[in-house]
Structure formats: C-alpha cells, structure tokens
Ligand binder design. Sequence first.
Ligand SMILES: [Zn+2]
Ligand SMILES: [Zn+2]
Length: 342
Amino acid sequence: MRALVLEKVSTFSINQNPLRLTYLNTPIPERDEILIEISVCGVCHTELDEIEGRLKVAHLPIVLGHQIIGRVIQKGKDVKKFHIGERVGIGWIYSSCGKCIFCRNEKENLCREFKATGKDFNGGYAEYVKIKESFAFAIPEKFSDVQAAPLFCAGAIGYRSLRLCNHLNGQNLGLVGFGSSAHLVIQLSKFLYPQSKIFVFARSAKEREFAKELGAYWTGDIEDEPPQKLYSVIDTTPAWKPVVYALKNLQEGGRVVINAIRKEDFDKEELLKIDYPSHIWLEKEIKSVANVTRQDIKEFLRIAEVLDLRVEVQEYQLEEANKALQELKDRKIRGAKVLVIK
Ligand SMILES: [Zn+2]
Ligand SMILES: [Zn+2]
C-alpha cells in the first residue's frame, strides 16, 4: 500500500520533507480486527509534536494520522459490529486494556496500556489501516468523509475539553487559539450553553474574523485583556504563555483546560511567573486533557449530528501532507486540514 512514513525525528522543515512516500505491506486483520480502506485522514497538531520529538512515537518508521475515515474491506472471523463496505472512523484511541481501574470507570484515556493511533500503531496517512472493531465507530450519514475526519480528534477531544471545564450555562467561556478544534468547540458551546458569551483569543486577524463569523462575542489577541472575566477557558495553543494569561483572566472558581499534548516552549521560568493571588487564588484551577475515550467520540458524534455542525475543511492530497503540516506550523489555518487519499 502507499503510505507516508516518518523515518526520523527532527525539527520540522518543509525542505526536508520529514514524511516520505513509500510502499508498505497492507496489514492483515486479526480475528477481532477490521481492515479499512482509507478515504481521508485529518491533519492534527499532534503530528508536529511527533515529527519534532516532543511526543515519542513507539517505532520508526511509523505512519502518522489519527482522524481516519474509510470503508471496511476485510474483517476477522469474530467481527460482529461492522459489515464489509460499511463506513467507519478511527480516532486517537487505538486500544486500551479494558481491565484496569481506569478502563472500568470511564477513564480509559488514562489507562497505562493506552495505545494511540499513528503513535503506537500505524495510522491514517496511508491507503489502509487495521484496528479492533470495538475501537472503530460508525459515522452519521449527514457528514461527508472529508467533513467527518476532523470530528475524530479536533471535535472529540474538543468535546472532552469542554466537558472537563464543568462549564455553567450563562458563564463566560474563553477559547485560546482558534484552529481546527476551536472552530468546532465554539459551535458546540453555543449549542450546549446558549446563554454563555464566547471570548476568542487568537494571534491571526483571519482566525479572529472566522471566530466572529461563528458567533464569538468578543475576539482579541492572546495578550489582550477581555472586557469581562471568564469562567472556563480552553487553551489549544502550542505555547505556554497563553496559559498564564488565561489564568489571569479567570473569575473565581474558574478553570483553564489545556488541550495540547506538549507545549513547544514550556520552560520553568514561565511557570514561576504564576502569581498566587492573581492566577490561582479563589479556587481557580488548571487541568490538562489527556487522550480521549470511546464514550467521548460516541457522544460527540451524536451531538454533532443534532446540532448540524459546520465543519470547515481545507483538502490536500496524501503527497501534500508535508505542505499541510508546514502550513499548520505557520498557522495558516481556517478550520481543519484533511488529506484526501482515495
Ligand atoms: Zn489530534
Ligand atoms: Zn486499562
């Protein structure tokens, strides 16, 4: 099969084209697995973390990509849920042990055996992928393949972030960074918390404009002070500083949720700038989002269908993945980026 592989970890540079097109053996499904012919795969910031070594992949070479849509073309003999030809999607969760205390208590995202698609096992920047049937999902009819791909990470982890905010309808919500995930979360928030005002912080004027289009009450740059305090903030930026600003903008009892696996510039000096009275006092909290559960993906897909989510997508050919990632790095973003494979 055609596949784009990461062979070595280094600073991403489009000139070096870190992902290389090659041919790999098509995987053969085990008894509880399905083989999927991939039609599209979403591009996520996590791929940059993997390429540049902030997030360690399990083996090299590896096929990245964890927002996969395709059709079942082969299945193991114990597979019951899906039939040949059915459209399915895969997200970041590739497998979990199913037995530990986390798995048994709706926190499989924290399982020590958690395996991630395109990190521990080959992912979607290729023509085929295999996975256990219990970690694949049916997709609501109303979304095309290209629209459905970003739902599997940008959407589902965005949904998890919002859930972890413990947000209250009517309270102000802040979104720091306005990429693939935030453009879905803003719509989700308006649906779940119709009385809340949404404040969007983004570096680029284009992103701020787009946020307004999608119903932001206020937009500003990362360092700007919003006209009102915020109860919940979701940070999706690759930097650390925005988190410090976000803490300062919180009201009493507020929470900042960081939806990022790694921060590019995390340094302890910045941490020391956190000032207890203005950043933490009055029961303010800071929380990270790690991975995603199957329940998050299922619930999010259901809500996405009901709320008629608008998914803004930029399409690229598989061979253009390096270009798409460079644009992501340069923050040339409007909505989500998706590779069209078939
Ligand atoms: Zn992702
Ligand atoms: Zn487990």
